[in-house]
Ligand binder design. Structure first.
Ligand code: NAI
Length: 662
């Protein structure tokens, strides 16, 4: 009797940590002996042929006993011997303590009395029980106390993630608007600067130049199944430049937002750094820098390292999404072009940013009471022909073509200026300059005006509906320019996208002053809304958070192996559809970050539908059937139901009832 109770407990413990799924042909092997009563319980729980390690080892003449001692520290261990999956269970480990110390299962003060009893942790946590909501309230009160800095919050959140993941994600979901700037930019930038010193517990994987040739094997050191990877080489972290292996902070933060923003399972994300050295002299001189203390590897050798990484990912998790993050401008586009058709991937700095700007333009269409297709009626003047400007322009061009213009008609919708003025077919473009390949067809299509004319002259000739800036020149959109935009349009679209605030082409105030608050304004940096004569001009700000979580979720759920421009356009069109009527009337063109999970559902469903339309679904027709049977609402229900939501799950399983006991 004692033995059977013990066995039931062991089996339940396995279910506590959810490592156990009885598969067909799974043999149960216990480090204790087995008697008939054990056999019947184990069989009733779905195991095949319960047996002892000794019996099993001798019947198979395999090295199980040896392997078993190697794994003695584990509570359960699954391995494959001969034709069987083998579940080895150790009766004598202290599962309660393990649950307490494991951030995935720990609930802190949130264990019920029944759980404490069954896990053997009664007395090891304080007596009073708190719900997850009460725990969140307490931590939130602590985080928001007066005088607490962004870095204090970042550290507190890290510590929380290290001890109780569920609570960490719940807090992040509940306060995403306030905490996204802590977990991610700008505070994470500050953390990245000192990441070696802040390092407490490993999170994610480091693939360094010293590991070349071993990436494939190393991938197997990560035990979970992975569906989303964010990888950086730390060469251009936010606006902070080369931070080498400290870029890990960016990959970690971004994936936290995937979990909170789109409900990607926390166990299925993998933050990665490709450590190829750093050219940051300060880090190289820092005795505590934890990355490779050497200059960056460049050229073909660098590309080979990226290739090896991608190949290793493909071998281990062929369906995983790889998001490239914060690679330097000279590498970002070549890497994307090299691997876009090779692995499910995208670059958030290039594509995510372009989608957000396009979403803003679709949002502007909505604010003017027009359909997304009205984008074809717009004329764009763009200042800045660098990689940011041209990435955005190329993507808007693709959207114009998507909505029915010929490529040539679409090129003619753009007037692009650089520091020398308007770029036309007469301009001699220099090979190898950032963005020049994208620029060429636009330049060649501009034959009607003299090369090099200034912004004011361009505006007089082009009569644009939209003015975009990616020039880094503060004040480039002068009062005169903005006033003229206001004269030409009832609601001119004004987008000073350069970062940081000090480089914005104009402020929200300047745009509101010159247009009596009629402008549809969106900036790359944050500004406050401005009221003029009783009219409030919303100072919109694009944020990639609207895009990447939903885009990632959708492309995984639909099983696509490619993220097409059509899918990216679908994401952009979906974002303003989440705006409420009141917001549209106020000329808000982006939803609130607090609504991010809803935005992600819409983005994911739109991306999936587009993938199905393009015949990119790889789920045996399941998604296509769902759309034809239940429509887009059915698809959205499916997306919602696939999302992880952080709440405590019962840690004590009651066999037979199919439910946990609390
Ligand atoms: P870049 O230095 O490569 O390009 C700047 C471009 O502006 C060049 O073509 C230059 O000739 C042009 N320019 C300079 N003075 C000008 C003038 N007076 N009139 C017209 N054009 C002029 O810079 P990059 O990487 O393209 O980035 C530009 C800006 O865009 C940065 O501030 C960056 O932070 C920002 N950016 C904003 C994003 C957003 O979504 N808000 C996304 C990515 C970048």
């Amino acid at each position: 009797m004692r033995a059977s109770i013990k066995l039931r407990e062991i089996l339940e413990a396995a279910q506590v940590v959810r490592t156990f799924r009885p598969r067909p042909n799974c043999v149960f092997v216990s480090t204790l002996g087995v008697n008939n009563s054990w056999r019947s319980i184990a069989s009733s729980l779905g195991f095949l042929a319960p047996t002892s390690t000794r019996e099993y080892a001798s019947s198979r003449s395999c090295g199980l006993a040896q392997r078993e001692t190697n794994y003695f520290a584990d509570r359960t261990h699954t391995c494959r011997f001969a034709e069987n999956d083998v579940m080895i269970m150790h009766a004598d480990t202290n599962r309660g303590i393990e649950v307490l110390l494991n951030p995935i299962y720990n609930k802190g003060t949130g264990f019920s009395l029944a759980e404490k009893e069954r896990l053997g942790i009664r007395g090891l946590t304080p007596p009073r029980y708190f719900t997850i909501e009460q725990q969140c309230e307490k931590i939130w009160a602590n985080l928001t106390e007066k005088g607490k800095t962004g870095m204090f919050r970042w550290r507190s959140m890290q510590a929380l993630q290290d001890r109780n993941e569920t609570l960490f994600y719940r807090l992040l979901v509940d306060h995403i608007e306030e905490l996204a700037p802590v977990i991610y930019t700008p505070t994470v930038g500050e953390a990245c600067l000192q990441y070696s010193r802040l390092f407490r517990r490993p999170r994610g994987m480091y693939f360094s130049a010293d590991d070349v040739g071993h990436f494939n094997a190393m991938m197997y050191n990560w035990k979970n199944d992975v569906s989303v990877i964010v990888v950086t080489d730390g060469s251009r972290v936010l606006g902070l430049g080369d931070l080498g292996a400290h870029g890990m902070g960016i990959s970690v933060g971004k994936l936290d937002l995937y979990v909170a923003g789109a409900g990607i399972e926390p166990s299925s994300v993998l933050p990665c750094v490709l450590d190829v050295g750093t050219d940051n002299e300060e880090l190289l001189a820092d005795p505590y820098y934890f990355g490779l203390p050497q200059k960056r590897i460049k050229g073909d050798a660098f590309m080979n390292i990226v290739d090896e990484f991608i190949q290793a990912v493909k071998n281990r998790w062929p369906k995983a999404l790889v998001q490239f993050e914060d690679f330097s401008t000279d590498h970002a586009m070549p890497i994307l072009k090299r691997h876009r058709e090779n692995v499910l991937c995208f670059n958030d700095d290039i594509q995510g940013t372009a989608v957000v700007v396009l979403a803003g333009i679709y949002g502007a269409m909505a604010a003017m009471g027009k359909s997304p297709g009205a984008i074809t009626e717009q004329t764009f003047v763009v200042c800045g022909a660098g990689s940011a400007g041209m990435g955005i322009v190329s993507f808007i061009h693709a959207a114009l073509v998507h909505h029915g213009l010929s490529p040539q008609q679409a090129f003619e919708r753009f007037y692009i200026l650089d520091k020398h003025g308007l770029i036309t077919s007469n301009r001699e473009l220099k090979e190898g300059e950032p963005g020049v390949d994208d620029l060429r067809p636009f330049a060649e299509s501009r034959r009607d005006l003299p090369d090099g004319i200034n912004l004011r002259e361009v505006i007089e000739s082009a009569k644009p509906t939209a003015l975009l800036g990616a020039s880094t020149v503060s004040g480039l959109f002068t009062h005169e320019i903005l006033t003229r935009m206001g004269e030409l349009n009832k609601n001119p679209i004004i987008m000073p996208l350069s970062n940081p605030t000090s480089r914005a082409e104009c402020t929200a105030e300047a745009a509101a002053n010159a247009t009596e608050g009629r402008a549809i304004f969106s900036a790359g940096s944050p500004f406050d809304d401005v009221s003029r004569n009783g009219v409030t001009m919303v100072a919109n700000q694009g944020n990639n958070l609207y895009v990447f979580p939903g885009l990632g979720l959708g492309s995984i759920l639909v099983g696509s192996n490619y993220i097409s421009d059509g899918m990216l356009n679908a994401a952009a069109e979906a974002i303003p559809k989440t705006l409420h009527d009141g917001a549209i009337r106020r000329r808000a063109i982006y939803p609130r970050i607090a609504d991010i999970r809803n935005v992600s559902v819409k983005v994911a469903a739109a991306v999936m539908k587009q993938a199905v339309d393009e015949d990119r679904e790889n789920r045996g027709g399941k998604i296509g059937h769902m759309i034809s049977r239940e429509g887009i609402e059915g698809l959205e229900r499916y997306v919602r139901s696939s999302m992880y939501y952080p709440e405590y799950r019962p840690t004590v399983f009651s066999p037979g009832s199919g439910r946990g006991t609390l």
